[in-house]
Design a protein around this ligand. Structure first.
Ligand code: ITT
Length: 194
């Protein structure tokens, strides 16, 4: 089976993506290839950060690689936390960051938000970008225990459950990452193996 590196340390994301690519690729993450570097995400957009991660692996390990950068964009907070989603409060702690969002949203009538993912695929020296977006609403308090990050406070449009109340399979059918991944997968399937 063909191998592809997914430049992430996030086990939840690795598992979600492995499920999506089950029959097509063996997906290795940074841990699997022995990469312990904390790849700097110094870009100012999701696309720049995703490309920094994917190109780091291609350059240092000579392996085809994709990386995603995702985050939550809340309309009433000027699209924050955005690229700062993982460390919105200054620390990489999902619970603390989620609480900060709830605090900033207190009394706010406009609860519109979206999750956005941009994937960068580096094949050799070529970079291909894929985007996925899901619109939804921010709750006033968390519900559900599945998933990670801001899942317990995000209800996607057209559903009455948070991402954290859905099984991984359900979330994988509709999430921002799944939408971007579907674009990546159809691209990969169209390509002849190199
Ligand atoms: P890597 O950079 O190692 O891939 P990460 O946790 O930083 O892992 P992202 O950059 O993709 O992951 O996402 C940044 C943050 O955005 C993440 O830590 C969560 O707080 C939030 N996030 C992204 N996707 C999410 C999802 O599907 N559900 C809930 N929160 C999500």
């Amino acid at each position: 089976m063909r191998e592809l590196v997914f430049a992430t340390n996030n086990q939840h994301k690795t598992q979600e993506v492995r499920n999506l690519l089950l029959n097509d690729y063996k997906v290795l993450n940074l841990n699997d290839i022995g990469c312990t570097t904390d790849i700097p995400e110094t870009g100012s957009t999701f696309a720049e950060n995703a490309t920094l991660k994917s190109s780091y692996v291609t350059e240092h390990y000579q392996l085809d690689c994709f990386a995603d950068d995702s985050g939550l964009e809340i309309e009433a907070l000027n699209q924050e936390p955005g690229i700062f989603s993982a460390r919105y409060s200054g620390v990489k702690d999902d619970q603390v960051n989620l609480n900060l969002v709830l605090q900033k949203m207190e009394g706010q009538a406009n609860r519109k938000a979206r999750f956005r993912t941009v994937i960068s695929l580096m094949r050799g020296t070529e970079n291909f970008l894929f985007e996925g977006i899901i619109n939804g609403t921010i709750l006033e308090r968390p519900i559900g225990t599945q998933g990670f990050g801001y899942d317990p406070i995000f209800v996607p449009d057209g559903y009455n459950q948070t991402f954290a109340e859905m099984s991984m399979e359900q979330k994988n059918q509709i999430s921002h990452r799944a939408l971007a991944m579907k674009k990546l997968i159809s691209f990969l399937k169209e390509q002849k193996p190199v």
